[in-house]
Design a binder for this molecule. Structure first.
Ligand SMILES: Nc1ncnc2c1ncn2[C@@H]1O[C@H](COP(=O)(O)OP(=O)(O)O)[C@@H](O)[C@H]1O
Ligand SMILES: [Mg+2]
Length: 332
């Protein structure tokens, strides 16, 4: 795959295809995706619901739920190797170890029947942590830094915490074993505006202070436009565009990215002109199997778009797009 990144990659996804079983057989939720998470940067993975973002993110921990499976590709994590080859103990060690993962809020990963402190100890034991008191101490310190009362939080059950607090607890548990890579799936979804910006502030701060490599997965272009150094746009299981945030927002090169930006009032600064994207995103069974996956909603669609799937190619330094239309003159 063409790659113009000059910085080192902490995580390198290459030719990743992930299949789920449906009543029409196994179908790809992610198709031949190649993307790097540059060391020390915040990458935003954005696209409408169903575009395959969570599946791509879960793959980084080799945690695609069966009977779903990674059928092709590799995911190299610095200091770990190809996580798609790991299993058993080695895999459990990576999850929550080198890779900290905060699950989508709706699919809450916290156990409702155990206090947060108990879950912290479980995590420590699963990772053969010798000094559990030290682990608790570190968790409290992290929690305090995030504006939580560490002692109180560790004694709490998840239902005693607000959505914003739960999200912070998720980050504490993801980082307490000194993860180098932090993956947050929809960290602000289902939070009110105030808690949203509090959580985003925390992500920014811990990212910087701990020198993390961070991936923020969200359907909300507004969230990542303020937070991420780089954006990766997904549609129908494909990466359709990526590049540095500012450049990508100023000069989107894929019609889908343009549509996403236009639909985001927080970027256009104008609620009245923020138009919802016409049409609906496809699912596994309805995504076109030949040609461009976006063509049915695309104003620029041409004959070739129905016949040939556009490749994700570099068209400018550090910019890639998968589109048959002319790259220049089409910017929003
Ligand atoms: N366990 C599963 N089995 C079958 N299909 C799934 C499963 N999980 C997700 N999908 C489908 O895969 C596609 C991508 O889902 P997902 O990765 O969750 O997207 P996103 O996070 O962008 O909303 C969707 O069409 C979704 O319905
Ligand atoms: Mg998701």
């Amino acid at each position: 795959m063409t790659d113009t990144l000059t910085t080192a990659a902490e995580v390198s996804v290459s030719g990743l295809t992930v299949l789920y079983s449906t009543d029409q057989g196994e179908l790809p939720a992610v198709s031949r995706a190649s993307v790097d998470l540059p060391t020390g940067k915040i990458t935003g993975l954005v696209g409408e619901s169903g575009s395959g973002k969570s599946t791509l993110a879960l793959s980084m921990m080799n945690a695609v739920p069966a009977p779903g499976r990674i059928s092709e590709g590799s995911i190299e994590v610095n200091g770990v190797g190809d996580v798609t080859k790991l299993e058993g103990k080695a895999l459990r060690r990576v999850r929550g170890g080198a890779l900290g993962y905060v699950f989508q809020a709706s699919q809450n990963s916290l156990n409702p029947l155990k206090t947060i402190g108990k879950q912290l100890l479980d995590l420590g034991r699963a990772h053969d942590v010798k000094d559990l008191r030290e682990l608790v101490h570190r968790a409290k310190e992290l929690a305090d830094r995030m504006g939580l009362d560490g002692d109180r939080v560790l004694d709490s059950y998840q239902h005693e915490l607000s959505g914003g607090m739960r999200q912070r607890v998720g980050i504490v548990l993801a980082l307490v074993l000194n993860a180098k890579v932090l993956v947050l799936d929809e960290p602000t979804t289902a939070l009110d505006m105030l808690s949203q910006s509090a959580v985003l502030d925390i992500v920014r701060t811990v990212h910087r202070e701990r020198g993390l490599t961070t991936l923020v997965v969200t359907h909300d272009m507004g969230v990542v436009s303020e937070l991420a150094d780089r954006l990766v746009v997904m549609y129908g299981g494909r990466i359709v565009e990526d590049g540095p945030t500012t450049e990508l927002l100023q000069h989107p090169a894929h019609p889908y990215t343009r549509a996403l930006i236009t639909a985001t009032a927080r970027i256009t600064g104008d609620t009245a002109t923020a138009r919802a994207l016409p049409g609906r995103p496809p699912d596994l069974t309805t995504v076109p199997r030949t040609g461009c996956v976006f063509r049915e909603r695309c104003a620029l669609a041409m004959d070739v778009c129905a016949e040939t799937e556009p490749e994700l190619l570099a068209w400018a330094p550090d910019r890639r797009r998968a589109c048959h239309a002319e790259p220049t003159g089409a910017e929003a």
